[in-house]
Design a protein. Structure first.
Length: 141
């Protein structure tokens, strides 16, 4: 999924690029329907931040006491959206290195680990296991 195509179809959301302070990569303002993205980011990180902030926009504001839980949920959802299981399986066929997989999928490398850890559905785990088994069979042959 391309978050830029998603936001293009949503004229109620404005995207602004700015030199954000510290380690802030992006944030959304629910009141103005604006997503702010740091100018320091490379394209794959911009894609990730935009998808992440779109999810925050859709989910709405949360109380401060729930922010850590919300961040984890949004990060996992972002990883699932940007790294569909079929794309992950295709990438695993030629490399098991998270950096190679991230390059192939045009996402930040740390998002591969988040996607891997968020793989809770049995069908996803089975798909990955099948790819790994095929690779092991090929190595033996």
């Amino acid at each position: 999924m391309n978050p830029w195509a998603d936001v293009a179809a949503r004229p109620d959301i404005t995207i602004e690029f700015a030199d954000l302070p510290g380690r802030i990569r992006g944030f959304c303002d629910h009141d103005t329907r604006t997503i702010w993205i740091s100018t320091r980011l490379r394209q794959r990180e911009r894609n990730k931040v935009l998808q992440h902030e779109l999810l925050h926009m859709d989910r709405g504001p949360v109380f401060a006491c729930h922010q850590a839980e919300e961040e984890r949920a949004v990060e996992e959802a972002t990883a699932r959206i940007l790294i569909p299981i079929d794309a992950l399986c295709d990438a695993l066929r030629w490399s098991r290195d998270p950096h190679d997989i991230a390059d192939a999928l045009h996402v930040p490398a740390y998002l591969i680990r988040i996607r891997w850890d968020a793989m809770k559905h049995p069908a996803e785990r089975a798909a990955v296991a099948a790819v790994m088994a095929d690779l092991e069979d090929m190595a033996v042959a």
